[in-house]
Design a protein around this ligand. Structure first.
Ligand code: NAG
Ligand code: NAG
Length: 335
């Protein structure tokens, strides 16, 4: 009997009572923040914004918000997006400098412009004009990560086919003739990519989704990953469902896994298998990619899937709805 109950609790899929919220990783306080908004009768967009903002303040795992993932110049820049599954409006920012509340700026792009996506220095100027405070995103922690990286001859980094040999040297780099492609020996650091991705489903089955991240440690300045790209980092469509992805964004964004999962749910796939197919599609080309996807449909059924790697055999996520009223930790076995 006990075993049976444990098994039920560990199921990687489930059914929540609407409204509910689901997010990547055990970022419990983000779930609580979003859930409080829903409980108070707030909108699903506000829930997603407040939930992801919580992680930006808390610097969830160092991979969301200020003071994490310094780039090759030691600067932290942020990527975020938010999507309204009723209207299909999206607000997104990437390579955002000096502003801590990236998902807030993404929301402002959605609410106060006809655009979808603003990037870089110009996005920061937009944010300041919209009333966001400009602050230094560097902390002692990000500074020490950066300093150590310089001491280690800029290892690891994301360069290839350049001189001097990027596996031993810092830049500046120059292109070099392409050699026969060697298998990437990049170390998998599963904590280098812990984006928060969140889906909120309203009482009436309406869907919103969003993400926030500071990207990847030692990224090349200007690099934008999957998180801020609609269909890659997250997707919401109130006629089908929502999905959000986390992991190696450079690879994952080539497959639009969130869009794919939502389309599969539209054609009747249950959320678990929609997530699994989105992962399988990437696996076919990159068997060793690190990543996970969460999926939820408009009746509150949800699931998740992840690509099994040495050191990554389970993926944790959070769910909150009214019967639970507290964030519940769920996990799925990777395959
Ligand atoms: C950062 O480091 C400096 C110098 O080591 C120290 O004076 C300062 O208190 C530290 N700041 C924080 C927030 O820890
Ligand atoms: C959501 O998924 C569950 C589980 O597969 C399914 O029973 C339900 O009909 C789906 N809801 C919708 C609206 O498709």
């Amino acid at each position: 009997m006990t075993t049976f109950l444990v098994y039920i609790l560990m199921l990687p899929f489930g059914h929540a009572t609407l409204p509910f919220v689901i997010n990547t990783w055990p970022f419990k306080d983000a779930t609580s923040a979003a859930w409080s908004v829903l409980q108070a009768g707030g909108s699903i967009l506000d829930a997603v914004e407040q939930g992801c903002s919580r992680c930006e303040v808390d610097q969830c795992d160092g991979s969301v918000g200020f003071g994490g993932s310094p780039d090759e110049n030691g600067e932290t820049t942020l990527d975020a997006m938010i999507m309204n599954g009723d209207t299909m409006e999206v607000g997104a920012v990437a390579d955002l400098r000096r502003i801590k509340n990236a998902i807030g700026v993404a929301r402002a792009v959605m609410q106060h412009t006809e655009h979808t996506f603003l990037v870089g220095e110009s996005a920061s100027v937009f944010a300041e004009n919209m009333g966001f405070t400009a602050e230094d995103l560097t902390t002692n922690k990000s500074l020490s990560i950066f300093t150590q990286w310089l001491k280690d001859n800029c290892q690891p980094n994301y360069r290839k086919n350049v001189l001097p040999d990027p596996s031993k040297n810092c830049g500046p780099y120059k292109p070099r003739a392409m050699l026969k492609q060697r298998k990437s020996e990049r170390q998998i650091d599963i904590h280098a990519h812990d984006t928060i991705g969140m889906i909120a489903i309203g009482q009436d089955g309406h869907v919103a989704a969003g993400t926030s991240t500071n990207g990847a440690n030692h990224k090349i300045p200007g690099r934008v990953g999957d998180s801020s790209v609609a269909g890659a980092g997250a997707y919401a469509d109130s006629t089908a469902g929502g999905a959000a992805a986390t992991g190696d964004g450079d690879v994952m964004m080539r497959f639009l896994p969130s869009f794919l999962a939502v389309e599969l749910m539209r054609t009747g796939a249950d959320p678990s298998s929609a997530c699994k197919t989105a992962i399988s599609r990437i696996k076919r080309y990159y068997p060793e990619f690190f990543g996970a996807v969460i999926c939820a449909n408009t009746t509150g059924h949800y699931g998740a899937a992840c690509n099994k790697l040495p050191g990554f055999s389970k993926f944790s996520f959070m769910v909150s709805d009214s019967p639970s009223n507290v964030p519940l930790l769920k996990s799925v076995d990777c395959f």
